[in-house]
Design a protein around this ligand. Structure first.
Ligand SMILES: C[C@H](O)[C@H](O)[C@H]1CNc2nc(N)[nH]c(=O)c2N1
Ligand SMILES: N[C@@H](Cc1ccccc1)C(=O)O
Ligand SMILES: [Fe+2]
Length: 266
């Protein structure tokens, strides 16, 4: 499934505790210290609120149970350890049960600024703060539910909806662009690029356009889609399953939009 990861994920012991090495704890310390500075003025308000609630350790990789304790209290979510990228079936099932997949490895120094796979820093620092926000939490669970009942082909389109919201979503606010996508918030390089990159395109979110936009997972995104505020996710949740499946049918009929990136060297 997916590209073979070169990372070895750590297995939690019987008490759910992962034994991180000093080097891994140091990488977490350097990542969180650096990223807290990078996202100043760039992360959305709701992210900062969630980050405060999580009160993540600065000197070591947090244990999943520590993060789950806060998430459960705030929105009924919990972290669920997975080795790396998982298949759609398990992915959608976990989200539908308010279990967030957390890959149990941390990036190497060589990939400090950007890596192609979700590591524990991406999952916990990137996504978990917003899982304390009701709109984001409810949207993510409803998304999982919808994916669970979707066909293989419909899931490919649904993956783009997740990609351009939960992973790489922006808000266009009176104070400028703000980030809510976890895939940006965990990457020092992409945080800067998404807000200030002159070659990045920042368009208004439109469901049909998003469903037709091809993306690559191994590069910084050429286009981002913007909501006006996080509660726009509540409006999106008002779409019935039929509405979304109808959007997918329209997207299939109209075909994909032109890719804004070079095709991947095979
Ligand atoms: C659907 C989504 O866009 C993506 O393809 C899925 C697949 N598997 C995953 N597996 C993990 N561990 N984390 C993820 O974010 C995803 N995303
Ligand atoms: N590129 C993100 C990790 C990521 C991988 C795949 C999907 C989304 C995010 C980072 O460097 O932190
Ligand atoms: Fe992610």
């Amino acid at each position: 499934m997916g590209k073979a990861t070169k990372y070895i994920s750590k297995v939690p012991n019987d008490n759910g505790v992962i034994d991180w090495t000093d080097e891994e704890n140091t990488i977490w310390h350097e990542l969180i210290t650096r990223q807290l500075d990078c996202i100043k003025g760039k992360a959305c308000d709701e992210y900062w609120l969630g980050l405060d609630k999580l009160d993540l350790p600065r000197d070591r990789v947090p244990q999943l149970d520590e993060v789950s304790a806060v998430l459960t209290k705030e929105t009924g979510w919990q972290c669920y350890p997975v080795p790396a990228l998982i298949g759609f079936e398990e992915f959608f099932r976990l989200l539908s049960e308010r279990k967030f997949p957390v890959a149990t490895f941390i990036r190497s120094r060589e990939e400090f600024d950007y890596l192609q796979e979700p590591d524990i820093f991406h999952e916990i620092f990137g996504h978990c703060p917003l899982l304390t926000n009701k709109s984001f939490a409810d949207f993510t669970q409803a998304y999982g539910q919808m994916g669970l009942n979707a066909s293989k082909e419909q899931r490919v389109f649904l993956a783009r909806l997740y990609w351009f919201t939960v992973e790489f979503g922006l808000l266009k606010t009176d104070q400028g662009y703000k980030i809510y996508g976890g895939g940006i918030l965990s990457s020092p390089a992409e945080t800067e690029y998404a807000i200030n990159g002159i070659e990045a395109q920042r368009d208004a979110f439109d469901m049909l356009t998003v469903l037709r936009t091809p993306y690559r997972i191994d590069i910084m995104q050429p286009v981002y889609y913007c909501l006006s505020e996080l509660t726009d996710l509540d409006k999106m949740r008002e779409y019935s399953v039929e509405d979304v499946m109808d959007f997918i049918k329209q997207a299939q009929t109209m075909g994909l939009l032109e890719a804004k990136f070079q095709q991947k060297a095979s």
